[in-house]
Design a protein around this ligand. Sequence first.
Ligand code: UTP
Length: 470
Amino acid sequence: MSAKADLSTRAALIRNRLLAASQRHVMAFWDELTVAQRARLLADLESIPLDQLPDLVATHVAADGSLPLPSADRLEPVQPSALAGRQAADAGDAMLARGEVAALTLAGGQGTRLGFDGPKGAYPIGPVSGHSFFQLYAASLRRVGNRFGKPVPWYVMTSRCNHAATVAYFEANAHFGLDASDVFFFEQGQMPCLTREGMLVLADRDRLALAPDGHGGLIEALGRSGALESMHDRGVCRVSCFQIDNPLVRCIDPVFLGMHAASGAQMSVKAVPKAHDTEGLGNVCMHGGRLRVIEYSDFPPDLASARNSDGAPRYRTGSISIYVIEVAFVEALLAGGDGLPFHRAVKRQRQIDPSNGKPFEGEVLKLEKFLFDALTLADRALVVETRRDEEFSPVKNLCGADSPASAKRDMNERAARWLEAAGAKVPRDDRGEPAATLEISPLLADSADALAGVVDRGMRIEPGSFVYLR
Ligand code: UTP
C-alpha cells in the first residue's frame, strides 16, 4: 500500500471512531491540510484512548469524578515516623551494595510556571557552579555508585514535550560522567485536553491539544516502555523516586530505604510539617486505615485551618513527593490496569476555534493521574518525616516563593550549616545569613556527616567569596 493510501485507510478508521465518540469536529480542516499535516493530526488522534473518551467525559467532565473527599470526621491526621536509625542505614547500605535500588526522576511535567525554554531538568540551579538539576542528581548518583562499587541505574520519565530535548541534553553532556547504559529514558502517556462540553480541543488545525497524563502516568509508562523489564534484568527491587525540581533532594537515602524495608511497605513517602495551613503540598492523612494524600487545592479550608485542643494544626503533614516504591507493587498495580483515578484541572491556553479556524485563549480541562494516589492502594505504606531545610526546596515559579532564588538561598544555607558542623568558619551577616556563596558538589558529600569526613576543620570562608567544594 502506498503511503498516501495508507493515510486514507487510517483516516477512514479514525473518522469512524471519532463519529462513535461524537468528536468529528477535530477533522474540520482535513481537506485543507497537506499530507504531512494530515499525518501529524492522525498520529495525535491515534495516540489517545478515543474509545474510552465517552466514559471519561461522563465521569470527569459532566461531573468531577476524582476520588470523592472523605468527610472530615473520617479523615484522620497521620503519625509519621522520624527519619533515623543506624540499623536502617545499614539495611539501606546493604541493598545498595547488592544493586537492588534504582533512582527514578519524574521529569515529564510541562514546567509552565517556571517558563524555562528547555527541559526543566536543564535549568542551571547550582548557586556557584551553575549546574543543572540533572547534573546535580547525576553527581549524587555517581557518589553512591562509587561508594558501593555498583552503579545506581537511573530511570528518567519524560513526556512528549521534552523527551527528545532531554535525551539530547544528556548526550551533549556525556551523561554527566555516568555510563550511558545506566541511564534509561522513558516517555509517559498523554491525554487530550477537553472543553467543558467534553469536546477535544485543537491546538492547531493539524494538532490536538494534548498534555502529559500526570506524574501518576508513571505506573503505566513503566510497564509500557520496557523500564520494568530493564529493572528485572538488573535485579532492581525498588526505586527511589523524586521530582525534577528539588535541588536539596537526597537522590538515594539509605536510612529511608532501610525504614521502608523494615516496615514491609510497598510504597513510602517523605513528609515535612507544613509551613502554613494552605502551603502547596499534598496533605498526608489517614482514611479508613489507609494513607490518603489530598492536593492542597482540593483540601477544604476548614480542614486546612483545623486545630487540636493545644492549638497545633490538626493536619500538619505535607508530602514532599520523595518516594520509595517496590517494583513488585508497580507490577501488582499494573495487573489491575493501574487503579489510579484521573483528576481534572482547569487551565487556560491558546487553541483553535473548530468552527472558523481562528486562534483564541480559552479554558481547557486536563486529566491527570497523581502518583501519591498509589499510596492509598498500598496495603502497607509508610510516612517518614524529615527536615525541610535538609531535603526540600522546590523550584516552581520564576520569582518569589519556590523559585530559583529561594532554592539557591536554601542550598547556600545548607552548605553553610554542613561546613560549620564540620568545623569550618563561615561568615554570617547581621540577619545570620551566610555572607558568602557556597556550594558543595553532591559528588563530594550528600550529608553533613559525609562532608565532615572530607573537609579541613580549620577551613575559613572569606566574606563575599564564591566557594564550590568538589
Ligand atoms: P508539577 O506539579 O510541579 O507540574 O510537577 P509541572 O507540570 O512540572 O509544572 P507546572 O505546573 O506546569 O508549572 C511535579 C513533578 O511531577 C512531574 C514534574 O516534572 C515534576 O517533577 N510531572 C508532572 C511529570 O513527570 N509528569 C506530569 O504529567 C506532571
